[in-house]
Design a binder for this molecule. Structure first.
Ligand code: SAH
Ligand code: SF4
Length: 406
């Protein structure tokens, strides 16, 4: 466990309080059927399965239990059997950083579970007026290589499991004190008022549609009305454009969709978002038009990173408006977040505003996304590798202070 040292930034770091997950299969991230099978596997009689699944579901996802001993309405004998065979422990929290603007970033380490090495991933919490958004990772690194994205410069280590995706939400809620305290009768409705994590965006590390099954399982559990109860309208999945999986995202997950568009001409998009060579703009926009459940109240968000002199001309803005004609859309302009060695600069502020003006005049809401948590490297496209850099710095600082003491 490391307490992150932030010598040059005003953010504060808090000591983690979680312990490593033991090497037993986890019950987190199993759907009801798989949970039932797990219970049958340790000898729970068939006639009790439904009831026991309901109890476990409530403890895991309404109460946020991370130890079987908390499950007071489950018999001691069954708790002991569950504990012998399974875990519901949280992943190890390597660090927690809190920005001066309230943004938090966690680095989690997941055990290898069988073959492979432990992996580390990041999750970011962004508090805003009246809501709080959790930015969740779907993969360690990314196989795609968008030229402006730092995650894209990393080697993919692996897909995250449903457990690991869901655990990001559970630990964030633990740390924020977002699980209800005190007695709640089993089966009672989950309070939706006063929550800190109100929205989930699959916009952390990785391409969620290249890890469809695990992302689907995790999001269906997150939106389950007898558990975490996050509304599907408050869950947004962002994709760089894995066209064949877009229809299934709508029909099988039913969440909101965001598209990393970033360019309005194929030639430029091929360069910025190379998956465009596989599925071009026309194919991508066609899939968007057909997104299940799309209407004026459920629009697709088009993300557009503002790169100086690359994609930020007013002609581009006009072409953007033309391309999206007929699609219920929101446009999200993202100031480019530079990283060491990045080949682009962020557009000038006046240019971003002029671009937004063209888009607004065409009737689109086009919020400019304010960069958050920059002091803790929590902004879009900065995840993971910046932490590695910080940790190298931390090691150097510790070595220097150790040398000073010697
Ligand atoms: N892989 C998915 C989701 C993760 S990226 C996707 O690409 O959609 C989340 C958003 O951050 C995407 O729109 C991505 O294009 C954007 N992004 C990546 N790097 C960025 C950077 N350096 N500055 C600003 N936005 C960036
Ligand atoms: Fe992967 Fe998204 Fe980054 Fe592209 S922008 S490299 S798809 S994480």
């Amino acid at each position: 466990m490391t307490v992150t040292l932030l010598d040059a930034t005003p953010a504060s770091a808090a000591a983690p309080a979680t312990t490593p997950v033991p090497d037993k299969p986890s019950l987190i991230g199993l759907d009801r059927q798989a949970l039932g099978e797990a219970l049958a596997g340790i000898g729970v009689p068939e006639r009790q399965i439904r009831m026991r699944v309901g109890q476990l579901w409530h403890w895991l996802y309404v109460r946020g239990a991370s130890d079987f001993s908390e499950m007071t309405n489950v018999s001691k004998d069954l708790r002991a059997r569950l504990d012998a065979a399974f875990t519901i422990a949280r992943p190890e929290m390597v660090s927690e950083m809190i920005s001066t603007d309230g943004t938090r970033k966690w680095l989690f380490r997941f055990p290898p579970r069988g073959a492979g090495r432990p992996v580390e991933i990041e999750t970011v919490y962004i508090p805003e007026e009246g809501r709080g958004t959790l930015c969740v990772s779907s993969q360690v690194g990314c196989t795609l290589t968008c030229s402006f994205c730092h995650t894209g410069t990393q080697r993919l280590v692996r897909n995250l499991t449903a457990e690991e995706i869901l655990s990001q939400i559970l630990v964030a809620r633990d740390r924020l004190g977002d699980f209800p305290k005190g007695e709640i009768p089993a089966g009672a409705a989950v309070p939706s008022e006063g929550r800190l994590v109100t929205n989930i965006v699959m916009m952390g590390m990785g391409e969620p549609l290249y890890n469809f099954d695990a992302v689907k399982t995790a999001l269906l559990i997150a939106s389950d009305g007898d558990g975490l109860s996050l509304s599907k309208r408050r869950i947004t999945l962002s994709t760089s454009g894995v066209v064949p999986m877009i229809e299934r995202t709508g029909s099988e997950i039913g969440c909101m969709l965001a598209i990393s568009l970033h360019a309005v001409r194929d030639e430029l998009r091929d360069e910025l978002v190379p998956i465009n060579k596989k599925w071009n703009l026309a194919e991508l926009l066609e899939a968007c038009r057909n997104y299940p459940g799309l209407n004026n109240a459920r629009r697709i968000t088009f993300e557009y990173v503002m790169l100086k002199d690359v994609n930020d001309s007013l002609a581009d803005a006009r072409e953007l408006v033309r391309l999206l004609k007929g699609i219920p859309a929101k446009i999200n302009l993202i100031p480019f977040n530079p990283w060491p060695g990045s080949p682009y600069e962020c557009s000038d502020w006046e240019q971003i505003e002029a671009f937004a003006e063209v888009v607004n005049r065409a009737g689109y809401a086009s919020p400019i996304r304010t960069p958050r948590g920059r002091d803790i490297f929590a902004a879009c496209g900065q995840l993971k590798s910046e932490t590695e850099r910080l940790r190298a710095r931390e090691r150097a600082a510790l070595e220097a202070s150790a040398a000073g003491r010697a």
